[in-house]
Design a binder for this molecule. Structure first.
Ligand code: 26M
Length: 797
């Protein structure tokens, strides 16, 4: 620990200097910046990334070796902060790396949760167990509390009419009111310095933590009554205690709502403070900063900015609205209905009474302008479609609607997803504002996801291309295509995969005491949050089928088989019963298969617990086949699919999300595709409903379900819910895709027998992945949405 800390502090020192210089320079240049607000930032470990970005890895290696330490071992001592659930939070982290690397003036704003995503372990029955992740127990040198930045955030209270002392103008004319919150919590800034690769520019990720109000200098903020503040103390600190563990499911908890407001209120205060520091008027906000809302979680920023502009800064409503729309843009990451946030009007009225009024006003003005009030059904229908406020089981605020209406641009994260947004989810808005809806395809940082996690492959690419330019311009990878058939290159390429697989093999042995082969074994990996739409269930059921097939084979037939290690990892939201059952089933199946002497090393199924960014960095470089098998139309993009192709894994995938971009860029002949297209989904679902999924299910899958029901993997009651779903409606159409999934596996096994073909596909995949860099993504955002330009620190000669 000591060496790790000492090493880290030397890096932090350097970063602090660069960071100071960068921030001074941005201020001096008065450049437009982007602020990326996200309820999650899944950063991964810091030290290696920082050392690489500062181009100090060789120096540190040598210096530490001189003292008897191995740098790699020091890296392993670092904790991995889990301040995000999955794709959305990790995307935000990739963006920060790119923004710094390409010298964009940028800020990340998020929350410093006391407890990150729960730690997962697997119980003796194969079930998921959860433990609190108390990450702040250990020192974390890369985050510094900024003592100068403490901001009071109000909640609840009352709203009073505003009467202008001079004109006697009332609320009706001015739209102005005065909010008097009854509770305050302090937002404390904690800064993580973000180094870029090969540049001195160092940006800020500012994470807010909640503190009780007594610690504040009361006089400085004259907010009046602080009676009862002591009772609020515990409440206050509770606010940023825990990251909600749901991924792609909206959780209607009051505390979650408070977190969201706390994040945006502190952030806007901070942005406006920095604008005022430059002595610029609020009218200039859109030229000072673009603000990107990462999903709907920070959309309360829209009414919050309106409140500041109208109530506090005395700006006319229409002018304020223009500023607001110009400033914000919103990214949608999901179309799953259960993930679209809708908050009860009652709850908002209680916690943020003034904001509720503002939301109603925004809605009213919008509807006045865009839909005729008529009594006929058609105009009523249009109004209820457009309205931010929904009347269903309760009166609810649709946060995605608020995001659309309050932003100048709304983007999806892959072409198919953006089309679904434009033509289905928000079709009523896109006919009003056809230009508002755009696509910005996701990307991943090649620094962490190739250069750092797969150093041998990185070296091979650099020596082959005779340049390391690809590290910050990934389009250079296309030149690898010439080498796809080159025997010598293929051998080197394959040897690196072998090396990475050995590393994983050692890990599996150490962690689970399990022996897995490396030579001539296909490593087939599916790692992501466990969710029905991602179809881990289809994966495990296919291997139950394969297992049963092997059991029927003669020794001769078995000799013809390809060996496979199936690896699955990912957490289930603690309240998501079906997902937890899937984990249990995977572990039960794994136990049976791995312990069956008739199977030997032909098939192994391994569930790796407590999946994290760090585990991904180990698994991705070691993968031969990576699975991205969501039901078409459900996975907005996926980003690990990109990381895998970059590292030479071949995709086994459906026609969904960014898989389609992979197919388009490297050719379908280099991807193992299967299943139906998104356009066919509704028909299949309809059939399932009308005829019953069981009746349409292939015999192969019926047989597998039969075996589970016989109790082969324990009491079938434990899996009843997921079995019933499959036999009943089968919402994610596993039954329909099962046969072609098995067929794709056959094709994989056949292809594996032909190494030249295999490695050619693998190389072409990597060569065709230049587009998958988050550098390309950020350039798209910067040019089409944010209107910001790089601002590199001048080099000191
Ligand atoms: C919302 C409300 C309450 C509690 C939790 C949430 C919530 C948290 C995370 C909802 C969704 C969250 O993440 C969704 C997510 O990760 N979406 C993924 O975003 C990736 C980046 O764009 C895409 O690649 C994935 O396809 C998409 O599933």
């Amino acid at each position: 620990m000591g060496t790790y800390l000492a090493t880290s502090y030397t890096i932090r020192d350097r970063l602090l200097q660069l960071w100071n210089d960068t921030q001074e320079y941005y201020k001096k240049e008065k450049v437009k910046q982007v602020c990326y607000i996200s309820i999650e930032f899944l950063m991964g470990r810091f030290l290696q990334n920082a050392i690489i970005n500062l181009n100090l890895e060789e120096n540190y290696k040598k210096a530490l070796a001189g003292m008897g330490y191995a740098l790699e071992e020091i890296y392993e001592e670092e904790l991995d902060p889990a301040l995000g659930n999955g794709g959305l939070g990790r995307l935000a982290a990739c963006f920060l790396d790119t923004l710094a690397t390409h010298n964009y003036p940028a800020w990340g704003y998020g929350l410093r949760y006391n407890y990150g995503l729960f730690k997962q372990s697997i119980g003796t029955d194969g079930e998921q167990l959860e433990k609190t992740d108390i990450w702040l127990d250990k020192p974390y040198p890369f985050m510094v509390e900024n003592h100068f930045i403490r901001i009071p955030i109000g909640f609840c209270g009352t709203v009073e009419d505003y009467v202008d002392p001079n004109t006697k103008e009332t609320k009706e004319e001015s739209n102005r009111s005065i909010w008097k919150p009854s509770e305050y919590v302090i937002a404390q800034a904690n800064d993580i310095l973000i180094p870029g690769y090969g540049t001195d520019n160092t940006n800020t990720l500012r994470l807010w933590s909640a503190r009780a109000v007594e610690e504040l200098d009361f006089e400085k903020f004259s907010f009046g009554d602080f009676k009862g503040a002591s009772e609020q103390r515990l409440n206050a600190e509770n606010l940023t205690n825990v990251l909600y563990p749901n991924d792609n499911e909206a959780e209607g908890k009051e505390l979650r709502f408070k977190q969201q407001y706390f994040l945006v209120a502190a952030t806007l205060y901070d942005i406006i403070r920095r604008l005022k520091e430059q002595k610029r008027p609020l009218e200039e906000l859109p030229d000072f900063s673009a603000i990107q809302l990462n999903d709907t979680h920070p959309t309360l920023a829209i009414p919050e900015l309106m409140r500041i502009l109208v109530d506090q800064e005395m700006i006319e409503w229409d002018k304020a609205w223009e500023i607001t729309q110009k400033t914000f843009s919103y990214t949608n990451h999901t179309i799953l209905p259960e993930a679209l946030e809708r908050w009860p009007v009652k709850l908002i009225t209680k916690l943020l009474p003034r904001h509720m009024q503002i939301i109603e006003m925004i809605n009213w003005k919008f509807l006045e302008k865009n839909s005729q009030v008529g009594q006929n059904n058609k105009s009523k229908e249009l109004r209820s479609k457009l309205s931010i406020i929904e009347n269903s089981w309760d009166t609810l605020v649709r946060m995605a609607w608020l995001g659309c209406i309050g932003s100048h641009k709304v983007n999806g994260v892959s072409p198919i997803h953006s089309n679904i947004i434009k033509d289905q989810l928000f079709s009523h808005f896109s006919s009003i504002w056809p230009k508002k809806f755009v696509n910005v395809t996701n990307g991943v940082t090649p620094r962490r996801w190739l250069h750092a996690c797969n150093p041998k492959l990185s070296d091979l690419i650099t020596s082959t291309l005779e340049s390391d330019d690809w590290i910050y311009d990934l389009s250079h990878l296309s030149k690898l295509r010439e080498f796809a058939d080159n025997e010598d290159f293929q051998l080197k390429w394959a040897a690196i995969k072998q090396y990475n697989k050995k590393k994983l093999q050692r890990f599996v042995k150490e962690q689970f005491g399990l022996d897995i082969g490396v030579h001539d074994v296909i490593y087939d990996v599916q790692i992501k949050r466990i969710h029905e739409y991602k179809r881990q269930l289809m994966n495990i059921l296919s291997h139950v089928y394969n297992y049963l097939q092997i059991k029927k084979m003669t020794e001769e037939e078995k000799k013809q088989l390809e060996k496979k290690v199936v690896i699955i990892a990912g957490k289930a939201a603690p309240g998501y019963k079906a997902a937890k059952m899937i984990i249990k089933l995977i572990n039960r199946v794994s136990k049976v298969i791995n312990n069956d002497p008739e199977i030997g090393d032909l098939l192994k199924v391994i569930y790796i617990p407590n999946y994290s960014v760090t585990i991904a960095e180990l698994l991705i470089p070691a993968t031969d086949v990576s699975e991205h098998i969501s039901t078409p139309g459900t996975e907005a993009s996926g980003t690990s699919n990109m990381k895998f192709v970059l590292n030479g894994a071949i995709t086994l995938g459906t026609y969904d999300g960014a898989n389609l971009e992979i197919i388009e860029n490297i050719g379908e002949e280099n991807v193992f595709t299967f299943g139906i297209k998104a356009s066919e989904v509704s028909q299949v679902k309809q059939n399932n409903i009308e005829k019953g999924a069981w009746n349409l299910m292939p015999k192969s899958l019926q047989g597998v379900l039969g075996i589970i029901e016989e109790g082969k993997f324990g009491d079938p009651e434990e899996f009843r819910m997921i079995l019933q779903e499959l036999k009943g409606v089968d919402r994610y159409i596993l039954g329909n895709d099962f046969t072609s999934y098995l067929q794709a596996q056959k094709v994989i096994n056949e292809t594996w027998k032909n190494p030249e073909k295999w490695w050619k596909m693998s190389i072409i995949g990597c060569a065709g992945s230049g587009w998958a860099s988050s550098d390309r993504t950020i350039k798209d955002y910067a040019e089409t949405i944010w209107d910001i330009k790089p601002c590199p620190l001048p080099k000191i000669e």
